[in-house]
Design a protein around this ligand. Structure first.
Ligand code: BDR
Ligand code: CA
Length: 311
């Protein structure tokens, strides 16, 4: 088996965030170094509480550092409680966490951890990119210290999901996203072009709940709310695996096809938050995922969650 990949997961949990976090905690090929939290699906205080709850549910000691409460420049958007529920996990309510967050903020934790292991750590960001932009501003050396950045966000050839033009994570802080795509570090974009191809069904969660009654049972309960949202908005029974697909990409890009190109972000107007491939642009190339093997990615996500490795 390859060495486990050290990952910092920046997240706004969130039901599909929880699916990604529990995958990262269960998978032997991931060394989950920390969770850092960001506003998005819920306010950042709830995101931090939710992250701590998941770590405790899994019986892990992973540090959790709280990040930004609002975007860099634009007015904060309302939190999408119709997608993830007012507390972030649909109708599932895990017990209050007993541990406290790290004393550092998210940006500082990313700076410190990547500086201690230069070139080794993957930052997987599955919420708005504000923490990454703040870290770049506070210590530009993070661009060379981070081994790789995986971003769940954007829609290049695909229609947006929060407006016809924009995907939610990028739309919520487009200025931060533009900063992250303009920095000189290796970024891969796992956007709606691929994540809307990777779906999970209710049946996928049954073996998870049997193998891991606490964590799998929790995901099966939380997912019901997300399934209802997808039934209403997309007309299918199940859900997209946005954040889990990004975590699978963080471990193994085999199921994804990418095109390297600079990426621009619309910063104003009707198309605010739109991501565009800009082959003639002068920014650094981002590895943009445009095709995926949906079943391989879904299976790769399911395997550790069906293994019974989590309680
Ligand atoms: C992204 O937005 C959030 O609702 C999900 O957690 C995911 O990160 C999908 O557009
Ligand atoms: Ca998310």
């Amino acid at each position: 088996m390859p060495d486990a990949r050290p990952v910092i997961l920046d997240t706004d949990p969130g039901i599909d965030d929880a699916m990604a976090i529990l995958f990262a905690l269960a998978d032997p090929e991931v060394e989950l170094l920390a969770l850092t939290t960001i506003f998005g699906n819920v306010p950042v205080g709830k995101a931090t509480r939710n992250a701590l709850q998941l770590v405790e549910m899994a019986g892990a000691e992973t540090p959790v550092a709280q990040g930004a409460a609002a975007p860099l420049q634009r007015e904060p958007a309302p939190h999408p409680d119709f997608v993830h529920g007012p507390e972030g996990f649909g109708d599932a309510q895990p017990p209050a966490p007993s541990r406290k967050p790290d004393t550092r903020d998210a940006a500082q934790l990313m700076i410190d951890m990547t500086a201690a292991r230069p070139g080794e750590i993957t930052i997987a960001a599955v919420g708005p990119l504000t923490n990454l932009a703040l870290a770049l501003d506070r210590d530009p050396a993070i661009a060379k210290n981070a081994g790789r950045v995986i971003v769940m966000g954007g829609a290049v050839r695909q229609r947006g999901n929060v407006t016809p033009h924009a995907e939610a994570n990028i739309w919520q802080d487009p200025h931060a996203a533009a900063r992250v795509f303009a920095a000189d570090w290796p970024v891969a974009l796992v956007g709606l072009d691929v994540t809307e191809r990777v779906r999970c069904s209710r049946e996928d969660l049954v073996p998870m709940a049997e193998a891991s009654p606490s964590c799998g049972g929790f995901l099966a309960e939380a997912a019901e709310f997300y399934f209802s949202f997808h039934q209403r908005s997309q007309g299918f029974d199940g859900c997209f695996l946005h954040d889990p697909a990004a975590l699978v990409a963080a471990v193994d890009m085999d199921g994804f096809q990418t095109i390297p190109a600079p990426l621009s972000v619309a910063l104003e107007g009707e198309e605010i938050g739109r991501t565009r491939m800009a082959p003639e642009g002068d920014g650094p190339a981002v590895d943009i995922c445009l095709a995926v093997d949906p079943d391989a990615v879904r299976q790769r996500w399911l395997a550790p969650l069906w293994s019974g490795r989590l309680p």
